[in-house]
Design a protein around this ligand. Structure first.
Ligand SMILES: Cc1cc2nc3c(=O)[nH]c(=O)nc-3n(C[C@H](O)[C@H](O)[C@H](O)COP(=O)(O)OP(=O)(O)OC[C@H]3O[C@@H](n4cnc5c(N)ncnc54)[C@H](O)[C@@H]3O)c2cc1C
Length: 376
């Protein structure tokens, strides 16, 4: 699929390309911990100084308010320049928390947090999943009891990406006693330095520490930190998840296209027709995914299942790309290198942000019109 770009869009492309060429850091981002935080914040601060932070946010909130076409152009140039991955520890702040505050937050919440996010001064994490409440998020059990002008929070979250280095958390909790499922929840801004929070990092099989368990023991959060109305958190959370599936996805898809080209370089000199055929298929699949992503972004009105189709195709293609790298490297894959690291990380692609099975359920119900899967 080709974009039809105006002469002004082409000028925009040149401006973006020149800025990126002059500013993209030369070294690879650290994998985790404090070094990852410092690197990501420094890069975001630099983008902000150049007017490239919050590119999809409306200008009245300090963003750049780019059209979908220009967002696509920006990300094409971004990955071409091999800028740091968009899926770093600033992802939640820029792609969930900021847009959610813009849509549902109070003036005070927006005034305090939005400039800090854009300037690369705060890291956010997402406290939604709990043990036993991942795919079935509405069953979550962490509670927030109203006591005067505070909530008193008790319970546990899990798989919270970047909890060990975050300043704030978008925290989804049950605030109405006795409520069930998606009723009686609230979306709350939680200061990660609050007394009573314990973060226990989890090491994944790639040896990286991206996520953590988070425990809340009588954590006091002012009611003024509730985003939207008290007990109306499900609506706010659905906003958050919708933002995640929108513009941020472009950067990830395009990063994958670049990775396929790197894989073709890795395979040179040619290693037989079987590998060549797989590489040709991967390149074609990456092009098809890119076309589907663009069509999804530019289609009005969007359909609710668009995000699931793109997300599922992306996750499974990313796994095939990384698996092919292992087959090309053969025994060398046993040595520690970036491809092996990415291969081990890629197992999480079909779990994070909604598992492949859940995406298939959504497609089955909303695209194919099959009967609804029953939950308890
Ligand atoms: C790298 C990574 C980062 C993450 N970061 C965050 C984060 O920052 N914040 C956060 O809140 N969460 C985060 N998560 C958690 C993620 O959202 C959950 O892992 C995901 O929603 C699945 O939930 P679960 O792990 O509880 O698995 P479960 O929901 O228990 O699922 C277990 C298995 O059962 C299948 N299954 C469940 N229900 C159905 C059904 N109805 N039909 C068919 N199959 C079903 C699933 O597909 C899966 O195979 C992260 C996860 C990963 C892997």
């Amino acid at each position: 699929m080709q974009l039809s770009l105006s002469p002004e869009d082409q000028t925009f492309r040149t401006t973006a390309r020149e800025w990126l060429a002059a500013n993209v850091p030369r070294r690879r981002a650290p994998n985790d911990g404090r070094p990852a935080r410092d690197f990501a914040l420094a890069w975001l601060a630099r983008c902000n100084a150049g007017g490239w932070s919050g590119i999809s946010w409306p200008d009245e909130f300090g963003g750049r308010g780019l059209s979908q076409e220009r967002l696509i152009v920006w990300y094409e140039e971004y990955v071409r320049a091999r800028a740091p991955s968009v899926l770093d520890c600033t992802f939640v702040a820029l792609n969930h928390a900021g847009p959610t505050l813009i849509a549902c937050g109070s003036d005070e919440q927006k005034g305090f947090h939005l400039p800090r996010i854009l300037a690369g001064e705060s890291i956010w994490c997402q406290g939604f999943s709990e043990p036993g409440s991942g795919s079935d998020l509405a069953s979550l059990a962490t509670t927030g009891r109203v006591e005067g002008d505070h909530l008193v929070v008790n319970g546990q979250k899990i798989w919270t990406s970047f909890a060990d280095i975050a300043d704030y958390q978008e925290l989804l909790i049950r605030t109405e006693a006795g409520s069930k499922r998606h009723h009686g929840l609230s979306w709350v801004i939680c200061d990660m330095k609050s007394a009573g929070i314990t973060v226990r990092p989890i090491e994944n099989m790639a040896g990286a520490v991206h996520f953590a368990e988070v425990f809340y023991d009588n954590v006091r959060i002012p009611l003024s930190e509730v985003v939207g109305d008290l007990h109306d958190g499900w609506r706010v959370a659905m906003n958050t998840l919708a933002f995640e599936r929108k513009t941020a996805a472009i950067g990830l898809q395009l990063e994958l296209s670049v990775k396929v080209e790197d894989l073709i370089d890795l395979a040179a000199p040619p290693r037989g027709s079987a590998i060549a055929e797989r590489l040709a298929t991967l390149r074609a699949e990456a092009a098809a995914l890119r076309a589907m992503t663009y069509r999804t972004l530019l289609r009005e009105p969007e359909t609710p299942s668009d995000g699931s189709l793109v997300r599922l195709c992306f996750a499974e293609l990313a796994q095939r790309v990384n698996r092919t790298a292992m087959d090309i490297l053969g025994a060398d894959a046993l040595l520690e290198n970036a491809w092996t690291h990415d291969y081990l990380e890629s197992y999480s692609e079909t779990i994070a942000g909604g598992t492949a099975e859940i995406q298939r359920n959504i497609i089955a119900e909303r695209v194919l019109g099959l009967p609804r899967v029953k939950t308890q």
